[in-house]
Design a protein around this ligand. Sequence first.
Ligand code: DGL
Length: 281
Amino acid sequence: MELAHRPIGVFDSGVGGLTVFHALKRRLPHESMVYFGDRARCPYGDRDPREVARFALEIGRYLERLGVKLLVVACNTATAVALPRLREELAIDVVGVIEPGASQAVQASETGRIGVIGTSVTVASHAYADALRSLRPDVCVTEVACPLFVPLVEQGHVDGEAVEAVVRDSLRPLLQERIDTLVLGCTHYPLLMPVIRRVLGPAIRVISSADATAARVAELLAERGLEAPRGHEGDACFLTTGDTASLRMALATWFGEVPGERAVRHVSLPISDQPLQRTAP
Ligand code: DGL
């Protein structure tokens, strides 16, 4: 198949990367996409970083063999620990979510006091602090791990009193730091946006890297001459190592997306032993 007609690969540990998938779909409706959620091994955020890097490479290689023209690592944890390795090992372009999110935060912040929330692995890597400082050396960055958020989202709990109590408790250290901008350094967190905004109040800007990542992908496809032709109607295929029913449920509940029968498929572990999903676009 001609390279420009091939799909974009997008992956995450679970449903969080769907926030990036949807930003891509809004921005690039002509592009086809293959989404991969490694739900059987989610969460990544409390694992050994070497294990996360191994999973990321396994999925990256699988999607490359499937024929994607570009890979979006729609997972901050995998971006933090595996982006250089993925770029080294794969022949296709690889876009992560940290650099686009950091550059949007630097533009948004007036005081330079920026908070970052993410998984334990992302926070321990200081990948955001490094990216923010490389763009604006005088920023004051406070990074806080929120390990309870991903399990809440994966179980479908995104609002209500109990969720708000967890969010309030987790964000308290940031409020004390007088930040003016908060980066959602995990692609699951935008699904908690209404609660996060309620807890933070209107004065703090909240940055999700989804739109900035989609803009970067659009730029890169144009630079490489890899954009799908305007008349092309983009389609989507969803792969999961977990159960297809709960992925369908998440797609319908949060994004109003009801894919066709064959567009949602299970991939067994280990991924490297799997035959390719021949129905992928
Ligand atoms: N959504 C991912 C991230 O952006 C991973 C969350 C997890 O699996 O812990 O970091």
